[in-house]
Design a protein around this ligand. Sequence first.
Ligand code: SF4
Length: 446
Amino acid sequence: MRTSESGEARTPYRLTPEHVYFTFASGRLSYDCASCGSTCCRGHGYAVNSQDALVQLTRRPHLRFFLAERDGLVVQNCAPACFFLANDGRCSLQVEQGYAAKPETCRLFPFIDIRRVGQVLIVAPHGDMCPLEVIGETEASGTSTHAYLLDAMSMQRIERFLPEVAPIAGTAESVIALEREIVAASERYLTLPYSEFVGEQLRLTRKYLQSETMTESWGSDSALRSKRMLAQVLDTIGFAVEELEQADRSVGVLIAALTPFLRSRMMFRRDGAEHSDCTRDIDAVGVIFALLGVFALTSAANLAGMQRVTFQTVARIWKENHELLTLISLLGTPLVWRRGEEVAPAGSYPEFEAAYFEVARALTSSRQQSAPRTLYEIIASQNSWHGAQRMRFLRMLATRLHGRVTSSLDGGPSSASMRKRVLSQFQQLALSSGDDKLLRAVLRSS
Ligand code: SF4
């Protein structure tokens, strides 16, 4: 494996099934370029290896004006479309020279989000450009089978930088083994209630990561535990079980099929990335809470009028609700303010200030050490709003707590500057005092 100066991998040499982990079941996702209007050929361009670049330059010498270096070579498109997109919507490279002549990005698209953990490549669909759909249990889409994609990947060596990621718990081997089992389970639970799949995820997590993340307090009844988790998520966001059941059955099918993909965003994280896909404190059980949040929000989108929910719907919900989903992922955890992190004032949410102060107080080390409460319990005691106000309150909390709380009951190690540490200590003292006037004054002066 060759690496760049930044330590990122280029060109994996071995592409066998053991070295590639697909974050979706074989053939389960399908796409239709004609109905989508070849959106992917109208983007910013495509990565190209040096060999393909030479062939394309021979054919179209003027492409040299649009060749750029960005983590390898890229051909930069001119809007509205790729240089090779013909008026009939087909790729002229493929039509004239065959499939193998297409650039690497295009051969694999939309399965081009490739990351590396150890010697294994994690393959996921790209962003939210392609309206991928889940196809029925008895069918399979030829363009998303693992064998087809492995062939497309092996045809030429991959010459892109592959970001290196690390598992959030356990070893790379144990988490890859867990995730492969979850891909297989996603097929078995495709048409069953999603809470049953949650129970299976808990059981498998216990099997592979017991020592790291699952303590006795989680109990051994995964089915019961999954129902409690679903009830806590729904109660927090103010969504009744009966309402959830009114959503189209296709939502549960979609979320079950996309669960391995969504898990891969959270179970592996880019080391040192400032804006990683998940927060520093999410654990393997928190991942399942976050998925329940995605399930609930996607059901809400369907009930709000979206009749056709696809991969794009879920990817957008995931992206736009990142902080809220992080908050949901932490519901089962007793948290405290991270040492040295400032407690942000309620600011432009005066109507929520008193409730926010109570939540902030409940998260001080002294309170949590004497009688630990989970984030769900803390929020439930203050969450008295309904409808849109409830969502505003939760989004405010999500923003205020994001990156500032930790599951380490002593507040964890501090890397903050001396000034921030002193400020944070003042704030914690003001929170403990129970005097809201003093607290307001300290937060304002911070
Ligand atoms: S090379 Fe072909 S498949 Fe790739 S973007 Fe251009 S037209 Fe589309």
